[in-house]
Design a protein around this ligand. Structure first.
Ligand SMILES: NC(=O)c1ccc[n+]([C@@H]2O[C@H](COP(=O)([O-])OP(=O)(O)OC[C@H]3O[C@@H](n4cnc5c(N)ncnc54)[C@H](OP(=O)(O)O)[C@@H]3O)[C@@H](O)[C@H]2O)c1
Length: 388
């Protein structure tokens, strides 16, 4: 096996740190050549001491001198808003583990450099679908999803001979910490409650998105972009055990599912090693004890964000960018204690009603829609249009 060089961008986050664990499990196969994050100087430096990359990028340029002090000699530094994207050409595979719309430059730079993008940062694909699709046509460019559901679908499609006879994609959702609760009951939940995910340990933004089902809604749009499925052919089913990571149903009614323990190191490793597989399992199914796998429909009336995302996806154009931007503003407001959990869906809904209706033909269209979605959500908050 030849060594694959890897840039880990968003290295200090949940996806980033787990990527380091995958690489350390198979040191002959993988080598990290670059790390990057926003401002977590101490964590970045500690990672650099551990993996000895050639270069470390920090988006917050003000923190660069501090980082210089802590880094071992001989490791270069790139600093500033374009620093992470500038490392996209340095490796065979770029892991995009940045959170939110801020991950877009890494997605674009990697694909435009004709490299493999191991994509965890779903927001960039959702916001800029048509623009990313164009970049994916660059010779050598390849996108392998790290999001566990899409990684599962990727495997199911390989097993089922691709999308030719695909009838439906079924995304599974754990249901998050509030599964089974009523809207009334959820009006008083705390940030701490929302951050207590039953099956996955992830960064705060995606954990809140999981509690509202916005994460699943964003994943519906992601599946549409990745696999070209119509929105009518993408379904969501709640599966609390998080063992079946998603399914592909074919025209004869046969369904292929991917099962494994809920551990992000598997989809990360899949995206790094594809089309091969690594030799290290991060947890295996134990079939010697009785195991139940349950499936139930999502409660769309209580978890309104799911249908808001379908609505934005079906509207097309820059509606997904607008939705995702408004959601980032609403989630920040919730995490900072400015609004309650129930107001997240209200903010996104009201912001989406102000969508400009613009097409997403160019990167500028997408950047404009991101600004518009944020401004709309900020206006909704400022006008007190929601029940806090
Ligand atoms: N965690 C999971 O299990 C999981 C599963 C599926 C998909 N995803 C997706 O993967 C992405 C990352 O999620 P996460 O849970 O790993 O997030 P996280 O733990 O919050 O980590 C985010 C990372 O992005 C960096 N970052 C934040 N803002 C940035 C900016 N403006 N410029 C450059 N870097 C920036 C952070 O650096 P600092 O530490 O310096 O702030 C950190 O390294 C998200 O899109 C999420 O939806 C995650």
């Amino acid at each position: 096996v030849t060594t694959t060089s890897i840039s880990v961008l968003g290295s200090t986050g949940s996806i980033g740190t787990q990527t380091l664990e995958v690489v350390e499990a198979e040191p002959d196969r993988f080598e990290i050549v670059a790390l990057g994050a926003n401002s977590s100087v101490k964590e970045l430096a500690a990672q650099a001491v551990r993996v000895r990359p050639q270069v470390v990028a920090i988006a917050d340029a003000d923190r660069a001198p501090e980082l210089r002090e802590l880094l071992p000699k001989g490791i270069e530094i790139e600093a500033g808003p374009t620093a992470l994207a500038s490392l996209a050409t340095d490796a065979d595979v770029v892991v995009n583990g940045v959170v939110g719309f801020a991950g877009l430059p890494v997605t674009m730079a990697t694909l435009q450099a004709g490299r493999r993008l191991a994509l965890a940062n779903k927001e960039s694909l959702i916001a800029a679908g048509p623009v990313v699709a164009q970049a994916r046509r660059t010779p050598g460019a390849e996108l392998v999803p790290v999001d566990s559901e899409h990684c599962a679908v990727h495997m199911c499609l390989r097993a089922g001979e691709g999308t030719r006879r695909l009838a439906r994609i079924v995304l599974t959702a754990s249901g998050g910490p509030f599964r089974g609760r009523s809207a009334h009951d959820l009006s008083t939940v705390s940030v701490e409650d929302a951050l207590a995910h039953p099956t996955w340990s992830m960064g705060p933004k995606i954990t809140v998105d999981s509690s509202t089902l916005m994460n699943k809604g964003l994943e519906v749009i992601e599946a549409h972009e990745l696999f070209g499925a119509d929105y009518d052919d993408i379904d969501v089913v709640v599966h609390p055990q998080s063992i079946v990571h998603s399914m592909a149903e074919f025209t004869d009614g046969a369904t292929i599912a991917q099962l494994s323990m809920p551990d992000m190191r598997l989809p990360i490793a899949y995206a790094l090693a594809y089309p091969d597989r690594i030799g290290t399992p991060f947890g295996r199914m134990d079939w010697t004890t009785p195991t139940e796998l349950n499936f139930e429909p999502p409660d769309r009336a209580t978890f309104r964000c799911l249908d808001l995302a379908y609505q934005a996806g079906r509207s097309g154009g820059t509606a997904p960018a607008w939705l995702s931007a408004a959601n980032e503003v609403a989630v920040d407001a919730f995490l900072e204690g400015r609004i309650g959990w129930s107001a997240i869906a209200q903010v996104v809904d009201a912001a989406l009603q102000r969508w400009s209706g613009a097409a997403a033909a160019t990167l500028d269209d997408v950047l404009e829609a991101d600004r518009g979605g944020r401004a709309a959500a900020a206006a909704v908050l400022a006008n007190d249009e929601v029940n806090r």
